[in-house]
Design a protein around this ligand. Structure first.
Ligand code: NAD
Length: 506
């Protein structure tokens, strides 16, 4: 074990000690409470050891959080944008102060390699600052003229909102949602994923330290079927922002129907990375490897389907195979580790089941396809895996595996690439590698996805829209799209007193 890993482990133990010793509760109306429910054990995917007990919110706990958010809504909405901006900048400062702790706790809680988590707090802080800076102008609308009337629009916060987040990069994803909601003037009830609850509590502590008024930020731990469901059904909640599975998105659409809530659903994907013969070979290779094997492949925008043109297929797959074989699987806190353990045993079972499915479907396992439990102990370690000789109709090409597992499919022509790219129920992201600008433009129009990158890996630009089409979701995050979601637009129409008002019954 390297000295650096040894040091990281002992630092992480220090940060995790309080979670092991005290049950993690909910943050409701500015108070930490264990609520009225049972507790459940949280474990680390590194070796399944105990990370602490977590309170599972009951419907009554969720109701208390929603009522606190409702109570605080008018005050926070009326707080001047400049003041909200100041508080959210302070929150960004608090996150940065605790960057190392956030990174290490997140790594141990969800198995993501520290090399990718190091920037989590810094990026989280950047999210708060970006949206904070727009808070003072967020209410501004448009002025729309007619000959005898002038219309203007104003925006106001929609009210208390629910933010429901998954386990894959829980900290970052939570900040993407909560930052614009608070900047808009909405109060929030956040329910983090039950499989990775720890950093959400650090976020709430930072909010408290930044001086957010009581009730503006509430956080309830617990299960989707109880706490999540109650949250989506509460009448005080006006909008639900979910990042999660497509099946959960469907459930939430049904659960919110009776109270008619606004929904933003960021769901699953089976994103194609399309590499043409004329692509920059080395850069495309780097991007293909990075976009599926970083973050354990537990990333909604991961490029889990490689569509490779026949002219370079053999050379590209040979180079790819060598790279995948060389990926370092290890302790999430080891700075050398590129792939860590999968988040949970249930998810490990799902990912490893596809190794058999691939064989049954007739694909070839070119690299990996194995559990590493024999070599690496009880953690959820699997080999980075590459399936070749695959067809787009196979389950390994159609279903979201959400692990370090890539399916490579050959194509001949641009038309075929478009057809394969679009033959999926999903439509989150796509990646196109070609040196032909005209082709890049044609592909950009033809591939069905909310986001496309040309000659690039995933690059997040906060003012740009983020979200998917088809089963990958509804709605967009980012820039003013976020404010549009968390705010209501009102049109006010003022007559110039020159038009004839219709007369009845005079
Ligand atoms: P999940 O859908 O199982 O859980 C997400 C959250 O929803 C959790 O907090 C869970 O408790 C809650 N939930 C579950 N059932 C609920 C219900 N009936 N009512 C209310 N809340 C409920 O997802 P996951 O397994 O935690 O995360 C992985 C999924 O998230 C993948 O499909 C991945 O693609 C997707 N994801 C999408 C994006 C995106 O931006 N599109 C980003 C990250 C992850």
């Amino acid at each position: 074990m390297s000295a650096q890993l040894q040091e990281n482990i002992s630092k992480a133990e220090g940060y995790l000690a309080r979670f092991k010793e005290n049950t993690l509760g909910h943050y409701i109306n500015g108070e930490w409470t264990l609520g009225s429910g049972e507790t459940f054990d949280n474990t680390t995917p590194f070796d399944q050891s105990f990370l602490g007990k977590v309170a599972a919110a009951t419907e009554a706990d969720v109701n208390a959080a929603c009522e606190a958010a409702a109570e605080a809504a008018a005050g926070w909405a009326a707080t001047p944008g400049a003041e909200r901006r100041k508080i959210l900048h302070r929150l960004g400062d608090e996150l940065e102060k605790r960057a190392e702790e956030i990174a290490m706790v997140e790594s141990m809680d969800c198995g993501q390699a520290l090399r990718f988590m190091r920037q989590a707090a810094v990026r989280g802080a950047a999210n708060f600052r970006f949206f904070a800076d727009q808070a003072p102008e967020a209410r501004n609308g448009l002025s729309l003229h007619q000959a005898e009337h002038t219309n203007f629009t104003v925006r106001s916060p929609i009210g208390p909102v629910a933010v429901i987040t998954p386990w894959n990069t829980p900290f970052m994803l939570s900040t993407w949602k909560i930052a614009p909601a608070l900047a808009s003037g909405c109060t929030v009830v956040h329910k983090p994923a039950e499989l990775s609850p720890l950093t959400a509590s650090i976020l709430a502590e930072c909010a408290e330290a930044a001086g957010l008024p009581k009730g503006v930020w509430n956080m309830v731990n617990g299960f989707g079927t109880v706490a999540g469901k109650a949250l989506t059904q509460h009448p005080a909640i006006k909008a639900v922002a979910l990042v999660g599975d497509s099946a959960t998105g469907k459930l939430i659409q049904a659960q919110t129907a009776q109270t008619l809530k606004r929904l933003h659903l960021e769901l699953g994907g089976k994103n194609p990375i399309i590499v043409f013969d004329d692509a920059d070979f080395d850069r495309a290779l780097d991007a293909v490897v990075f976009m599926i094997y970083s973050l354990n492949g537990q990333r909604c925008t991961s490029s889990s389907r490689l569509l490779i043109q026949s002219g370079i297929k053999d050379k590209f797959l040979a180079a790819l195979k060598a790279r995948v074989e060389n990926i370092k699987v290890g302790h999430p806190l080891d700075p050398e580790t590129e792939v860590g353990p999968l988040v949970h045993t249930g998810h490990y079972d799902k990912v490893t089941s596809y190794f058999e499915i691939a064989k049954q479907d007739g694909a070839t396992i070119a690299v990996g396809g194995k559990s590493l439990r024999d070599e690496m102990g009880p953690g959820n370690f699997v080999t980075p895996t590459l399936f070749v000789d695959a067809k787009n109709s196979m389950r390994i090409a159609q279903e979201e595996i959400f692990g370090p597992v890539l399916t490579a499919i050959e194509f001949e022509t641009e038309e075929e690439a478009i057809q394969l790219a679009n033959e999926t129920v999903y439509g989150l992201a796509g990646y196109i590698w070609t040196s032909n600008t005209g082709r890049a433009m044609r592909m950009a129009h033809a591939v069905e996805a909310g986001m496309l990158w040309v000659n690039s890996e995933n690059n997040r630009n906060l003012p740009s829209p983020f979200g998917g089409v088809k089963m990958s979701g509804i709605g967009r995050d980012g820039g003013d799209w976020s404010f549009d979601f968390y705010m209501e637009t009102k049109n006010v129409c003022i007559a110039h007193d020159t038009h004839k008002v219709p007369v009845l019954g005079r």
